[in-house]
Design a protein around this ligand. Sequence first.
Ligand code: TPP
Length: 574
Amino acid sequence: MSKTAKTDRKAKTAPSGYVGMSGAEVLHEMLLEEGVEILFGFPGGTVLPIFDVLYRSPIKFILTRHEQGACHMADGYARSTGRVGVVIATSGPGATNLVTGLATANMDSTPLVALTGQVRSTLIGNDAFQEADITGITRPITKHNFLVKRVEDIGRTIKEAFYIARTGRPGPVVVDIAVDSTVAKLEAEPELTPDLPGYKPATAGNIRQIKLAAEAINAAQRPVLYVGGGVVISGASAELRKLAEKGNIPVTTTLLAMGAIDERSPLAMQMLGMHGSATANYAVQDSDCLVAVGARFDDRVTGRIAEFAPHAKIIHIDIDPSSISKNVVVDIPVVGDARDILGRMLEWIKPADRSAWLAKIEQWKNRHPFKYASEGKIKPQEVVARLGELTGHDAIVATGVGQHQMWTAQFYGWRKPRQIITSGGLGTMGFGCPAAIGAQFGNPGATVIDIDGDGSFCMTMVEVITAARYQQPVKFVVLDNEYLGMVRQWQEMFYGKRYSAVSHPCPEFAKIAEGFGARGMRITERSELDDAIGEMLKHPGPVVLHVLVEPEENVYPMVATGKALHEMDLGKLA
Ligand SMILES: Cc1ncc(C[n+]2csc(CCOP(=O)(O)OP(=O)(O)O)c2C)c(N)n1
């Protein structure tokens, strides 16, 4: 599609190349060349020339109700498809509304390109109307950013932005473009070849390091694979599975890597960390060789760092050299693409009988599974578990941030990579609703569910209007515990139950949904749950299902701040 569009346009406007094209037209050509099929955003004065070109573009444009929503949609699209998400906003408030979305994408390594309008190049720095220093504001929360002031630089910069966003450790790139450069016309052929002498992302791992790592694994009796989002991003799930099976190595995944291994595998130990499975946490603490792949030893994963995996030799496979030994001192670093490295490591891994280790793991699994009591009010965990079963564990699932996010990770039953769309690093409430819509745009025909908390949903639920307008059949399941639940849990456990600013009475979400053009449903009883989920899944359009759940349910296990992983509070799982 993009090739034809380019040829047509060139035939009409610039038979000899780009000369005569406006900056906005060149930008559009570059988007087509990059294969962009969908753009999320919101217009305004400084991006009018770009929107004028979009008026006759084959690129689908999704007008959101808030720029934050657009950024999270581009993020959900990117995470669920592996392609670069693209978002556009105007200068000043439009661009500042992207900030949370950019920081979210940056923390979780999502490839995004954000195009922002900027005031005229001659006015920059003058406090012009709707001027904000977006390159200054976003420098620490993006992989890279550019300010473009000349029409000659637009094409090359866009190419560079896409290249940086998707290569190495992916991330968001902002291109801030002065409006006059989008209006000006090219008088000479522009240089379009990316010129990034300082940017050399590693891909292949060093073979010596790979062999050293394989030898350490072969020598280990209690190895554990600790797998992070990098494995999903690099498409290394098949290599991971082969390696785990060949070496009989149990696997735990971070929140961002749920589905990197099918949880039905006997080697799968589910999530680790603050609310991870007892099995995964005990296994890490007991391990003599911890193999971290595409993970960054986040404090929510490690607990008290001085006592993290105290008996283990630590191998760290990561594409980002700055991640190595950042939080935990690593014995054998291997820098490069996880898929390439795991694929090559496979031939050095010796099949090993680790039955004693696996038996111990099986024992932990049997003793301390994630569980809840199905009594009294509807339990949030059972809503997640029933959603898993009734969707055949095959849906793409987005979440907000809080208890519901942890229960989703614990109880959905993950089968494949790119199934979970959640804000891990930044922990952005409000991510779920728009991210789910973005994922649905990228996966037409797939079942996409946002399992949300009432607090998180309130932050961005206005985008249900976007889902309804563009007929995206996303299912929004709001687990309403009438509290900002995760904060309430901390106040219960660590602040003597002094509930400060966590009571969160909710509006009638089902009525709001109807007003927004979606279907609205509300349930309060366990007996209604399966029918409601069934009806929701059958409905061809977007649905908001408001579920009133037990208000004071807690997430277990819990590793309190300052505790080591094995010191977790098992709560009712004990
Ligand atoms: C934008 C933002 N503001 C504040 C927080 C701090 N925070 C983390 S969890 C949480 C409560 C979330 O409540 P809700 O969405 O209802 O989910 P629940 O924990 O009840 O499942 C808060 C306030 C955050 N993560 N993000």
